[in-house]
Write a protein that binds this ligand. Structure first.
Ligand code: 13P
Length: 249
């Protein structure tokens, strides 16, 4: 049984001041730490201030992306070591918005995962099919390919540091959540795939999050599924009230 993880991906939202205020309100909503791992992923500019704000609390800090190189002439990019220094413990890798809007393919995502693990960041590795792929009956093949190529050269120990997020692209920001059964089917197949490659223990210990229009209303039925270990929340993580309700589902 994996400890539930609730992660908020803020995407390109919140200034430094807004991030500080959000964290302060989130802390005060839980005078004692909730029985969940709670992660927030602010934009790069707010990471330093958010790291100060979460210090000594139950909240962990994630970045939304990293560059795969250690350092170099990569204008506009941020390395894993820089994220560690800023106070991050986690980093989202391979989000569908990075894949579709910024052209990140499985090979690049694989290098980012290795770079994150190399500096001790826990990657939240996102996979998921588009509506067209699902309708064409290619869901399994697409997700398996993302796993196979994305996890190339990762060791069993690396899998111990990994979190996977299944985010069907058609459910992101659309208000269309996958049904608990649809999500569970994919989560189970991801766990089986990990078990075949890395053994049953790694598979059982792996946290697999669901993402895509998660709200305070649908979180409980999603979390009731045996292979759903948490949620990666976009829109509903931006308001303290709804994020608190999701954490306390
Ligand atoms: P929404 O919760 O807004 O659908 O976003 C999901 C997501 O992309 C989280 O990474």
């Amino acid at each position: 049984m994996v400890r539930p993880i609730i992660a908020g991906n803020w995407k390109m939202h919140k200034t430094v001041a807004e991030a500080i205020a959000f964290v302060a309100q989130l802390r005060s909503a839980f005078p004692t730490a909730p029985d969940r791992e709670v992660i927030v992923a602010p934009p790069f500019t707010a990471l330093g201030a958010a790291a100060e704000a979460v210090r000594g609390s139950f909240i962990r800090l994630s970045a939304q992306n990293l560059h795969e190189a250690e350092k170099g002439a990569y204008t506009g990019e941020i390395s894993g070591a820089m994220l560690r220094e800023a106070g991050c413990t986690h980093v989202i890798v391979g989000h569908s918005e990075r894949r579709t809007l910024f052209g990140e393919g499985n090979d690049r995502i694989n290098r980012k995962l290795l770079a994150a693990l190399g500096v001790g960041l826990r990657p939240i590795f996102c996979v998921g099919e588009s509506l067209g792929e699902r309708e064409a009956g290619r869901r399994e093949e697409v997700v398996a390919g993302q796993l196979k190529e994305g996890l190339n050269n990762l060791t069993a120990d690396d899998i111990g540091s990994l979190i996977i997020a299944y985010e069907p692209v058609w459910a992101i920001g659309t208000g269309k959540t996958a049904t608990p059964d649809q999500a569970e089917e994919v989560h189970r197949s991801i766990r089986e795939w990990i078990a075949r490659l890395y053994g049953p223990k790694r598979a059982a210990d792996l946290a697999i999050l669901y993402g895509g229009s998660v709200t305070p209303k649908n979180i409980a039925e999603l979390m009731a599924q045996p292979d759903i270990d948490g949620a990666l929340v976009g829109g509903a993580s931006l308001e303290v009230d709804s994020f608190v309700r999701i954490i306390g589902y």
